[in-house]
Write a protein that binds this ligand. Structure first.
Ligand code: ZN
Length: 205
C-alpha cells in the first residue's frame, strides 16, 4: 500500500513526478487545487460555496480543503493507495488532515537557486495562455506564434517566486519535522533529469 505525500518547492518537478508515480504504481494522484476545481465544476452546493469564496478573492479554508480530501479518499480507486501532491503545506493543514496517515512522505530537495533558475523567466501568452521562457530567448512584449503578446505575470516575477519559496521553506519544514518523528520521510535529491529523480523516488518506496 502506497499512500504517498509528495512535497517539494515550486520548481522541484513534483507534479511531473506525481504523474509518473501514478502511472507506475497504478494509483491516482491529486492535489487540493484540482479537487477544488472539480468540486466547483460539479455544480454541487459545496462547490458553489467554494466558488463564492474564490470569487471574493479569498482562500479556501483548511477545513474545507480537508473535507474535499476526505471525500476524495472515499472513492474506490484509492483502495490500493494514492499520491497527494503538495499537501499539507503548513501545520494548520497538517492538523486538519486527521482522517488518514501517509505511508511515505517524499520530499524532493531542490536548492532555492535551482528553483529560481527553473522558474525564472516564465512568460505566458496573454491571448492563448501558452507558456514560454526567457531562457529560450523570448522577451516580454514579443509575439507568441498565435499572434498574442508574451507577458511576465506578477506571479512569475523573481520577487514573487522568492517569497513563495521562503514560505515553503519556513512552513513546510515544520510539517516535514512532524512526519520525520513518525519515521516516514524520505528525502530525494531533485537535481538532474526527470528520469533520474523518478528512479531515486522508486528506490525509496
Ligand atoms: Zn499565444
Amino acid at each position: 500500500m502506497h499512500k504517498i505525500f509528495l512535497m517539494g518547492p515550486q520548481g522541484s518537478g513534483k507534479g511531473t513526478q506525481a504523474e509518473r508515480l501514478s502511472e507506475r504504481l497504478g494509483i491516482p494522484f491529486f492535489g487540493t487545487g484540482q479537487l477544488i476545481r472539480e468540486e466547483v465544476a460539479s455544480g454541487s452546493e459545496f462547490g458553489m460555496k467554494l466558488k463564492h469564496i474564490i470569487l471574493r478573492g479569498e482562500l479556501i479554508s483548511d477545513v474545507d480543503a480537508a473535507f474535499l480530501l476526505q471525500q476524495r479518499l472515499k472513492k474506490p480507486d484509492t483502495q490500493n493507495g494514492y499520491i497527494l501532491d503538495g499537501y499539507p503545506r503548513n501545520l494548520s493543514q497538517y492538523r486538519a488532515f486527521d482522517f488518514d496517515m501517509p505511508t511515505h512522505v517524499i520530499v524532493i530537495d531542490v536548492s532555492r537557486e535551482e528553483s529560481l533558475r527553473r522558474l525564472g523567466g516564465r512568460l505566458t501568452c496573454r491571448a492563448c495562455n501558452r507558456v514560454g521562457s526567457m531562457s529560450a530567448g523570448l522577451k516580454p512584449g514579443d509575439n507568441c506564434p498565435c499572434g498574442g503578446e508574451w507577458n511576465l505575470r506578477d506571479d512569475d516575477a523573481p520577487e514573487a517566486i522568492t517569497r513563495r519559496l521562503e514560505i515553503y521553506e519556513k512552513e513546510t519544514a515544520l510539517v516535514i519535522a512532524e512526519y520525520q518523528q513518525q519515521g516516514i520521510v524520505k528525502q530525494v535529491d531533485g537535481m538532474g533529469t526527470v528520469e533520474d529523480v523518478f528512479e531515486r523516488i522508486m528506490k525509496v518506496l
